[in-house]
Design a protein around this ligand. Structure first.
Ligand code: AHR
Length: 334
């Protein structure tokens, strides 16, 4: 039987000292503000990402962008679909904290109620990046940055276009509004921006406003109710393309011509929405870009390296009329 070599006293002391230094070094890395909560330091970044769900074409494009960008950046992505439920997102974030990922990113389904779980991530020294939607937490140190659109501006652009179109209207212009998911930042902000813009013309009145949950099915169902309850609808403002596309079915079924009998304004500019605009069924779209993946991965790398990042990074966006949609459609990626 082979004998184990025993160490002499000075060697044993040196070995103990080396292992103390090593363990101390690793612990210091794991605890550093810049290195995330993980105890590994192999240069690889692991990101835990909690997605809202798969409610719209926009969301599908956003998920693809994030997954592709993670692969391209060499970032290991742990992805969770919260199915439009805040409790699922909180559960996913807690799992990521337990797994000691390097960075947590998420698109919050609603604006409120995040302080506790964000504090847990902060205590575990895992940086959080908000993407697409923000939170209403007063303590801005709970997250590193917010990358996404200015939803108030999108609503404003939609409203300003309508004000211009209806500037010669001599009587009331009845508007119905399909809101996004209740409590979601884009629903709150687009409503606000639109209301602010149309206040410029007292003839423009929102006569009904209800959530369609950002889905086609929701848009169709709520538009059916609007049409039954309101004999004169001049304009539909839908907080996203999908609800507008669902509403098209209800409008056609009610014997009206979308884009002519009812002016339709939406937000997003996904391919199906752009097609409806090019076909004259929609009249105007304010863009909301879902292609946030590459910027998100860059931010994750910077945050992990301890670099300063801006507190707010706004997505560049534009608007589309029918003519502009026809031009843009052939190269539209999503
Ligand atoms: O947060 C972005 C919004 O969420 C998009 O406008 C909508 O389509 C999505 O569901």
């Amino acid at each position: 039987m082979r004998k184990m070599r025993t160490q002499s006293a000075p060697w044993r002391a040196a070995a103990v000292l080396a292992s103390v230094l090593l363990v101390g070094g690793v612990a210091a890395c794991g605890n550093s503000d810049t290195g995330g909560g993980g105890t590994k330091d192999d240069g690889k970044i692991t990101m835990g990402f909690s997605q809202v769900g798969a409610e719209s074409g926009w969301r599908t494009a956003n998920t693809i962008s994030i997954k592709e960008a993670a692969t391209a950046a060499g970032i290991e992505l742990k992805f969770d679909d919260a199915q439009q439920k805040q409790e699922n997102q909180i559960k996913a974030i807690r799992n990521y904290i337990q797994q000691k990922v390097d960075v947590i990113a998420f698109s919050p389904v609603v604006e409120s109620g995040w302080d506790t779980v964000l504090k847990e991530a902060k205590d575990a020294k895992i940086p959080v990046i908000l993407t697409d939607r923000s939170v209403d937490s007063a303590d801005k140190t709970l997250y590193k940055t917010f990358l996404g659109s200015d939803f108030v501006k999108e609503g404003k652009l939609a409203g300003e276009w309508l004000v211009e179109q209806k500037k010669t209207a001599s009587g009331p212009v009845n508007i119905v509004e399909l809101q996004g998911s209740t409590g979601a930042a884009p629903a709150n902000d687009r409503k606000k921006g639109f209301a602010e813009a149309i206040a410029a013309n007292p003839n423009l009145k929102v006569i009904a406003s209800q959530t369609g949950d950002f889905t086609r099915a929701g848009g169709k169902q709520v538009m059916e109710q609007f049409l039954k309850a309101n004999p004169k609808i001049d304009v539909l403002f839908a907080h996203n393309d999908d609800m507008g596309l669902g509403a098209l079915e209800a409008i056609t079924a009610a014997g009206k011509v979308p884009g002519k009998d009812i002016t339709i304004i939406t937000i997003d500019a996904v391919k199906d929405g752009m097609q409806a605009l090019a076909d004259g069924k929609f009249n105007f779209i304010a863009e909301c870009s879902p292609l946030l993946g590459p910027q998100l991965m860059d931010l994750a790398k910077k945050v992990k390296a301890g670099e300063e990042v801006p507190a707010r990074i706004e997505t560049e966006e534009t608007t589309f009329t029918t003519e502009q949609a026809k031009e843009a459609l052939p190269n539209r990626k999503y």
